[in-house]
Write a new protein. Sequence first.
Length: 123
Amino acid sequence: MSACTLRLHRARREGAAHGLGARPRGARRAQGARRAARQPHHLAEAQALGAARTAEAARRFAENTAPVIRQVRESGVASLRGIAAALNARGVRTARGGRWAATQVGAVLRRAAHPAPWERPPR
């Protein structure tokens, strides 16, 4: 080993012997406190706005997709799995561009029936 490497090892051993290992933990705590102080104060507002935009996009998608689902139902398909298969066969994509599953069909039907959460009937 080189002389430089030996000096590094010795410094680490001496630091551990003198109890200097607790310093990084305190430094990490201080860094976390500084990071928390830098968080925007309007974070809750931004989260609420993002949730509202997501809900609005989901409502619009449900409004646009519900007529297609009604057509599939009128053609004689009753189960959610069957509707999902029919939508996939027609080439209709989900909101994120994927393939349909029964759960997604049910969610779209619920949202189309009761577009706003405060208008939903109690469970």
